[in-house]
Design a protein around this ligand. Structure first.
Ligand SMILES: Cc1cc2nc3c(=O)[nH]c(=O)nc-3n(C[C@H](O)[C@H](O)[C@H](O)COP(=O)(O)O)c2cc1C
Length: 362
């Protein structure tokens, strides 16, 4: 389905090479101050950077069609539309017969049949995340009313890993200043080279994004099944190319002893805090007042110009494929702002559900 959320409901529409992509965001309280330039700035962060070998794409122009009047939300659904421009569908027809390994061509054809729109990846394109970023910008405004802030950065790119502990403010500033959205400018240069090296070999590279959210009060989440982890994971796994989501020490928890993994409690400034944050800010499916700390693994881009094996579906025989056209040699930098937006949308929805954000402006 193309709708997610309970009280803050996001519906996506459109496809990569149709007239455009957009969203309807229902449940946004009335009276929120929205600067449309802020939404545009967030969407611009999703734009591919020339310096990492991605062909220039025209900037996406965000149009807010409804739900905001004179800079304030009206309480009606916020409708955002982003026109598709500069599309070249000619290279995609072939994928109906020879599907790209690692992409959704084969599964989509099987599921939806011949009328499926595979141009530009159709509904499976990373382009569908542009309206997610626009909606996320509004969710961030909702969260800011209760002091919640979110920032993400590229923590791993191929073999390069940022091992440093990082804080939200530095992440927010630094990651917006380099094309790979890294928190460390030195490492950013190495990451750029890693992407260029993969591209030169007709290949692609994956990585991991870490996202932090601070200021979330204790108790956000709706266990059993709508635990905060569960809701975040569902949203994050909806982002094309995401192959893993972990919270706090995640899979490393399996190697630890309880004495190591337990986040021991202390009183700090009159509040209960924990010394460490192996839980990633979530206990029992509820936020525990510590920063939400999550990581998302992104696979290397499927569409590569190196020759790979595929099948000719008409002849039902083996063949090979080289994918030409405009493809990112690495999705990770562009997905950073998408992960921030996805996290914001879930946290805003869960805050509405738990009455941490008022549903109506009074
Ligand atoms: C921002 C963004 C940009 C993407 N760009 C590309 C691309 O240029 N080429 C490509 O093959 N996949 C790209 N993807 C990933 C595919 O959409 C995705 O791998 C495909 O739909 C299959 O889904 P899955 O990887 O989740 O199984 C992108 C994803 C995102 C989030």
């Amino acid at each position: 389905m193309n709708t997610i959320g309970t009280l803050l409901r996001l519906t996506l529409f459109g496809s990569s090479h149709g007239p455009g992509v957009g969203c309807v965001l229902d449940g946004v309280p009335a009276g929120l101050e929205i600067d449309e330039d802020d939404i545009q700035r967030e969407v611009d962060l999703r734009r591919p950077a020339m310096s990492i070998g991605t062909p220039r794409a025209e900037a996406d122009q965000v149009k807010v069609l409804a739900g905001v009047r004179d800079g304030f939300t009206t309480g009606a659904p916020v409708v955002v539309f982003i026109e598709n421009r500069d599309t070249d569908s000619s290279k995609y027809e072939r994928f109906r017969t020879v599907p790209r390994p690692g992409h959704a061509d084969l599964t989509a054809l099987n599921r939806y049949g011949e009328t499926v729109d595979l141009r530009g990846g159709g509904q499976f394109s990373g382009r569908m995340t542009a309206p997610v970023v626009a909606a996320g910008a509004i969710a961030k405004v909702m969260l800011s009313t209760i002091g919640v802030q979110i920032a993400a950065y590229t923590q791993r790119l191929g073999r390069l890993v940022d091992e440093e502990e990082r804080y939200l403010k530095e992440v927010r500033r630094a990651s917006r200043e380099n094309p790979v959205r890294a928190a460390d400018p030195g490492l950013a240069l190495e990451m750029v080279n890693e992407i260029m090296a993969a591209k030169e070999e007709g290949d692609s590279v994956g990585g991991a994004i870490r996202c932090l959210a601070v200021g979330l009060p204790m108790g956000v989440g709706e266990p059993f099944f709508d635990s905060l982890e569960g809701e975040l994971a569902k949203m994050l796994f909806s982002i094309p190319g995401v192959k893993g989501v972990e919270f706090g020490s995640g899979f490393r928890s399996a190697e630890m002893r309880g004495s190591e993994h337990n986040d021991q409690f202390i009183v700090e400034d009159g509040e209960v805090r924990t010394i460490t944050n192996h839980a990633g800010g979530i206990l029992g499916g509820l936020s525990n007042g510590m920063p939400i700390d999550l990581r998302v693994a992104i696979k290397p881009t499927a569409s590569i110009s190196r020759e790979q094996k595929s099948v000719d579906l008409e002849r039902m025989e083996d063949t090979t494929i080289k994918v030409e056209g405009r493809h990112d040699p690495c999705i990770v930098p562009r997905a950073v702002i998408v992960v921030e937006a996805a996290t914001a949308l879930v946290l805003a929805d869960m805050c509405l559900r738990g009455d941490f954000i008022a549903r109506e402006h009074r």
